[in-house]
Every structure is written in structure tokens, then in C-alpha cells.
Design a protein around this ligand. Structure first.
Ligand code: SF4
Ligand code: SF4
Length: 319
């Protein structure tokens, strides 16, 4: 049976298929120093799933044969896997240049044992996309834990001092996601407020603010269910379906890889275990990147989170 999302796409005579892969998004594991309320990965300090060096080497060998330009590292806190720096060094050593993104929770940059990490990232010109769900302490600490706001501010100041958000080759983007069961406000307007407030109170500068919609999976779904708001939130997403977002969905040009090298259409599908399969589970090294155009995308009801309102991707709003 077709899920409600696939049904909606069909009814509207839309088509959701892959284009050429441009981004390899790698979720290196579920280990994290934080335990955020909205986390769709259920990440935390006790998780054991992390990528090994052997898997990293296989990914690098595969990547070297492709023209995929961007490697987007996520987690968990991707910096916490033992071979995080090794991974970046190897990508940067490839003959054709690749852009690397680190999806960073900021506080990890200040943790014991991670000194020099920010400097390492700056030296390798790694773009930083950092979660910062609000510009005020109260909201951030409620969603991410006590003291996370204060730590994030210090980390942003450290990044600015290294040139992040200032030098053209050291981009620093922030991510906003709602603290409850509602859609994000206008990205452009919120960006202006963030810029004004962070500059005024903390002297912090950054490039872009990306607004993300929380998808009803993982810890966020549990949180909604606990508060008896899951159905209501799902309905909100369905009613806000915007057909114009389909074209810009990240599952069209991104390949999502898990900590064992397994492949998915996006990080959300990854958390739901919707691995690619051709009778057998598919790993990155089984994939021919030139054969992906027009491949069908595996969807589910959670996809309504990406198509609601202005749309939502790992690079922010679509519209
Ligand atoms: S949302 Fe990010 S920082 Fe928070 S627990 Fe999940 S992976 Fe860690
Ligand atoms: S959840 Fe994944 S597959 Fe579904 S629309 Fe969003 S990016 Fe695409």
C-alpha cells in the first residue's frame, strides 16, 4: 500500500525521483556529548555505533572515482569518532578538490580532549554548519540541556576568532529548528533577527541561518507522543504540503551513508532503517553513481516534514 506522502505526490501529478548525486552525506555514528529533545538520531554519550577506519577507507576509495563535490559529515557529534580528522585529511588529499562540511553542535569544540579541533577545521577549510535553535539562553537550554547556550556562544566566538563567518573560505552557517510542534518562521526574517541579536549581545557574526522543520521521528516523535501532540503535528505537516518544494528536496541530489557504509535516500530514512535494497541490502561500494539518475526515492509519512510550508532540507528552507 502507498504511504500518504506517495499518494499525495501521485494525486498532484508530481514526480519525486533522483537527479545526479552532488552531495555525499555521511552519518559517522550516534555518539554525541549532548542528548537533545528534538534529536532524530536518538544520539547520546552512551551510543556505541561509530564508523571504523576500514569503512572510511572504503568510502574514500569509492568517492575518489566520482565527481561528487561535497562531503557532508554528520552524526551524533561527528567529531567524536576516533578517525574524524583522518577522514577529513583523506578527503582533502583526493586529486580533485572536495568541499567538506562538519555538522557541529558547537559545545563539542570546548570539550576536554577536543582542544585544537576548531583550528584543525579552519586549517582544512571545512565549512561548519552549527545547530543554534535560538539566540536566547532559555530556549536553547530547554531543548539541548543546561549550559549548552553559554557553551555555544563561547564556541562561536572561538570560531569567529579563527576567521569563521568572516573569511570567504571559512563559512559558518547556523541552524534553527523549532522548540515545539510548529513550523519554522520565515528563514530570511529570522536570519536578520539572529544576526542582530548575536552581534549586539555577543559580537558574533555568521553567514547564513538555515531553518529546519523537525521531522516526526526518533526522540522528537517520542516527545510529541508523550505530550499527545503527534497526530496534531502530522496533520499540520500534511495540511502545509507545498508542491513547489518537491524539486528542491535534498533526497534528489544527496546520498546518505550510515556508519557501516549502508545507503539511504536521506538521513531521516537512515534513522528509520529504510536502507536501499535490491534483494540484498546495498552499501556505498555497491553503488554506481552514474546509474542513480531517475532512481525512485523511498518515502513515508515523515516526508511531509520536508514539504511543509517553505520546505526543509539540510541546507535550510527550499523556497
Ligand atoms: S540533535 Fe545533534 S547535538 Fe543533539 S543529541 Fe542529536 S546529534 Fe547530538
Ligand atoms: S524525508 Fe528524506 S526521502 Fe522524504 S522527502 Fe525528506 S529528504 Fe526526501
Amino acid at each position: 500500500m502507498m504511504n500518504r506522502f506517495a499518494q499525495t505526490v501521485t494525486e498532484r501529478h508530481l514526480s519525486l525521483r533522483r537527479s545526479r548525486p552532488e552531495i555525499l552525506q555521511i552519518n559517522v555514528g550516534k555518539l554525541c556529548n549532548l542528548v537533545c529533545v528534538h534529536c532524530h538520531v536518538n544520539a547520546g554519550p552512551k551510543r556505541k555505533e561509530i564508523m571504523t577506519r576500514e569503512t572510511i577507507d572504503r568510502i574514500i576509495d569509492w568517492l575518489a572515482k566520482t565527481d561528487i563535490r561535497t562531503v557532508d559529515l554528520t552524526g551524533g557529534a561527528p567529531e567524536m569518532i576516533p578517525d574524524f580528522r583522518y577522514f577529513i585529511e583523506r578527503v582533502k588529499e583526493l586529486r580533485s578538490p572536495r568541499h567538506v562540511i562538519d555538522r557541529c553542535n558547537l559545545t563539542i569544540l570546548l570539550e576536554h580532549g577536543y582542544k585544537g579541533l576548531a583550528r584543525f577545521l579552519a586549517k582544512r577549510k571545512v565549512e561548519i554548519i552549527a545547530s543554534m535553535p535560538c539566540y536566547s539562553a532559555e530556549n536553547v537550554n530547554a531543548q539541548r540541556g543546561d549550559g549548552v547556550f553559554e557553551g555555544s556562544i563561547v564556541a562561536l566566538q572561538l570560531l569567529n576568532s579563527l576567521g569563521y563567518g568572516i573569511d570567504a573560505d571559512l563559512p559558518l552557517q547556523l541552524i534553527y529548528n523549532p522548540v515545539g510542534a510548529f513550523l519554522p518562521p520565515s528563514q530570511g526574517e529570522l536570519e536578520a533577527v539572529y544576526k542582530r541579536e548575536l552581534q549586539k549581545h555577543f559580537g558574533i557574526v555568521f553567514n547564513r541561518l538555515y531553518t529546519l522543520t523537525n521531522l516526526p521521528i526518533g526522540r522528537f516523535a517520542a516527545y510529541l507522543r508523550h505530550n499527545d501532540r503527534l497526530d496534531e503535528y502530522m496533520q499540520l505537516l500534511i495540511e502545509a504540503f507545498n508542491p513547489a518544494t518537491i524539486e528542491g528536496l535534498m533526497c534528489r541530489n544527496t546520498i546518505s551513508v550510515g556508519w557501516r557504509g549502508e545507503v539511504y535516500d536521506c538521513d531521516f530514512n537512515q534513522q528509520l532503517g529504510m536502507q536501499w535494497n535490491n534483494g540484498q541490502p546495498i552499501f556505498l561500494w555497491d553503488v554506481n553513481p552514474d546509474s542513480l539518475e531517475n532512481r525512485e526515492i523511498m518515502t513515508g509519512d515523515h516526508c511531509f516534514g520536508c514539504t511543509a510550508g517553505a520546505g526543509s532540507t539540510c541546507g535550510g528552507a527550499i523556497m
